[in-house]
Ligand binder design. Structure first.
Ligand SMILES: NC(=O)c1ccc[n+]([C@@H]2O[C@H](COP(=O)([O-])OP(=O)(O)OC[C@H]3O[C@@H](n4cnc5c(N)ncnc54)[C@H](OP(=O)(O)O)[C@@H]3O)[C@@H](O)[C@H]2O)c1
Length: 189
C-alpha cells in the first residue's frame, strides 16, 4: 500500500485490527474518533498515524476534518468509514468535500451494520448510484456486517471477523461485500 493515504473514521473500536493493518502499510493514515486516549494508543504504535479527536455528528466536523487534511497535505485515496446514523448527514457532506479537494481517485469503504439489509430500507445499490452521480472521483464500496450461524444458532460477528472482512474487501476491491450472512433476515441473533 505504498503511496497510500488513508482516512479511517471510527476505526479505534471493533475495527482497530483493520486500522492498524492499514496504518502499517500506508504512508499516512488520518484516524478520527472522539477518545484522544484510544487514538494516542494507536499513534504510539504507528508514527505515521495522524489522530484527530472529533465527534462526527458535530456541525463543524466536516470543515474541521478538511482543514486538518489540508494542513497535513493529506489527500486520501483510501477511506474506511464506520459511522453510526448520527454521522450520516456529515458522511455525505464529507464525500462532497473530498471530491472537491482534488482529482485523486478515492476508494471509499462504507462499513454498514446489517440493518441496511432490513426489508424496506434504501438498497445499497441505490446508495452507490447516489454517490456515483455526485462524486466522480469516489468509488463507493459497501461492507455489510452480517451474522454467523453455527450449530443452528446465530451470533453477531467478532471484532476479528469484522476487521478481516473489511481488509478482504479492500484487498479484492469488492463493490458490495457481506461479512458473514444477512439472509435469511429472520435468523439474525
Ligand atoms: N452485524 C454485526 O455483526 C455488528 C454490527 C455493528 C456492531 N456490531 C458489534 O457492536 C459492537 C459495538 O459497535 P460500536 O460501533 O458501538 O463500537 P466500536 O466499533 O467498537 O466503536 C465505534 C467507533 O466509532 C468511534 N465513534 C463512535 N461514535 C463516534 C462519534 N460520534 N464521533 C467520532 N467517532 C465516533 C469510536 O471511537 P470513540 O468512542 O472514541 O469516538 C470507535 O472508533 C462491535 O464491537 C461489534 O461487535 C456488530
Amino acid at each position: 500500500m505504498s503511496g497510500l493515504v488513508a482516512l479511517v473514521i471510527g476505526g479505534t473500536g471493533m475495527l482497530r485490527q483493520c486500522t492498524e493493518a492499514i496504518a502499517s502499510k500506508a504512508t499516512t493514515t488520518v484516524l478520527v474518533a472522539r477518545s484522544a486516549r484510544t487514538l494516542d494508543e494507536i499513534t504510539a504504535a504507528h508514527s505515521n498515524v495522524l489522530p484527530l479527536p472529533i465527534d462526527y455528528s458535530d456541525d463543524n466536523f466536516v470543515p474541521r476534518l478538511i482543514d486538518f487534511l489540508t494542513k497535513y497535505n493529506a489527500k486520501p485515496n483510501l477511506c474506511v468509514f464506520w459511522m453510526h446514523e448520527s454521522g450520516s448527514e456529515n458522511k455525505y457532506r464529507l464525500m462532497a468535500e473530498l471530491e472537491a479537494m482534488g482529482a485523486n481517485a478515492i476508494d471509499l469503504y462504507d462499513v454498514c451494520s446489517s440493518s441496511v439489509a432490513q426489508p424496506g430500507r434504501e438498497g445499497i445499490q441505490q446508495q452507490r448510484q447516489r454517490v456515483a452521480a455526485k462524486c466522480k472521483h469516489i468509488t463507493y464500496h459497501a461492507v455489510i456486517l452480517g451474522f454467523k450461524t453455527e450449530n443452528a444458532r446465530s451470533r453477531w460477528l467478532s471484532d476479528e471477523e469484522i476487521s478481516e472482512g473489511v481488509l478482504a474487501a479492500i484487498d479484492k476491491q469488492t463493490d458490495i461485500a457481506i461479512v458473514g450472512q444477512i439472509e435469511p433476515w429472520d435468523c439474525k441473533p
